[in-house]
Write a protein that binds this ligand. Structure first.
Ligand code: NCD
Length: 287
């Protein structure tokens, strides 16, 4: 009973954080977990939300990104969360509006809130990010998740290895941050990885790429057998959406080393913190 009371007290405190504030979710690209978790995060803090998607809005009628941003701001939105298929779109709109803009993924560029929730999840399982061997596997070339994780984890001194075939992982990727290693040998890297982060092969961005799916699966799919030969205590992560049978088997995705569901749960908490901070920094928090 006491525990329940404490819980409802803290809930009541949370919903006061952004009580009555207005958050617009502007999604030009498909999303499930990012969109839902931002919406629940905002609502958990007491904010009102509205979701604008490309279909069924003036975007479909040809309105420009900046004009849509101005419009949403003029209706009273006090923060905008945006996902857009073009790299740099978030930085562009942020230069034109005066409310906080949170990047929920821009093209192949960055997905910073995903990296933050990933780091939070790693810290629930590992003592420190310093020296942690994080193995990121798959379609690195198209992955904003990989890019943001490299940016964040390198700041905290993690040992980052990017792994995948040439077509999905150009050698140049090693220049993303100091100390980043590019490897083609998944089995060898598994022997020392503390965190194994699997990425989806982004079919929608594959046009023109030379990739044999059967070869890819043979070399880079995370199977139960591979995981058994991996370092003991390694955790398996995936930002989703995962394609079972492609980059990961169902056995591994649902297995005891998988923290994939925790990542999604942590997405809500992390985004609550991000929204609260964005409002606090812009002086638009609790009145
Ligand atoms: C990813 C994305 O959209 O960048 N998913 C996510 O937000 N958790 C990865 C992907 O699409 O494969």
């Amino acid at each position: 009973m006491q525990r329940r009371l404490a819980k409802s007290d803290s809930r009541a405190a949370l919903v006061r954080t952004l009580a009555g504030r207005r958050v617009a979710l502007l999604f030009y690209e498909a999303s499930t977990r990012t969109r839902v978790s931002f919406e629940f995060a905002a609502k958990n803090l007491g904010a009102f939300t509205t979701v604008v998607t490309a279909a069924a809005s003036s975007i479909e009628k040809g309105e420009s990104l900046v004009d849509t941003g101005y419009t949403i701001q003029a209706t009273g939105a006090e923060a905008i969360v945006m996902r857009h298929p073009a790299s740099g779109a978030a930085a562009l709109l942020a230069r034109h509006i005066h409310v906080p803009l949170i990047n929920a993924g821009d093209g192949m560029h960055e997905h910073p809130t995903q990296a933050l929730l990933d780091a939070f999840t790693m810290l629930q399982h590992k003592k420190t990010l310093r020296g942690l061997h994080v193995l990121i596997v798959g379609d690195i070339f198209h992955s904003r998740v990989a890019r943001s994780n490299v940016q964040l984890l390198s700041k905290f001194g993690s040992r980052i290895t990017l792994c995948g075939p040439d077509a999905l992982l150009p050698r140049l990727s090693a220049t993303l941050a100091d100390g980043v290693v590019v490897s083609r040998d998944f089995d060898a890297e598994l022997k020392s990885a503390d965190v194994i982060m699997m990425l989806r092969v982004q079919k929608e961005r594959l046009a023109g790429l030379d990739l044999n799916v059967a070869d890819y699966i043979a070399q880079y799919q995370l199977t139960g057998e591979r995981l058994q030969a991996a370092k003991r205590g390694a955790v398996v992560m995936h930002p989703g959406p995962m394609i079972r049978g492609m980059e990961i088997t169902a056995e591994v995705a649902d297995g005891p080393q998988s923290v994939i569901v925790e990542q999604v749960q942590n997405g809500v908490l992390t985004r609550m913190a991000i929204l609260a901070r964005a409002f606090a920094m812009s002086g638009r928090g609790e009145r």
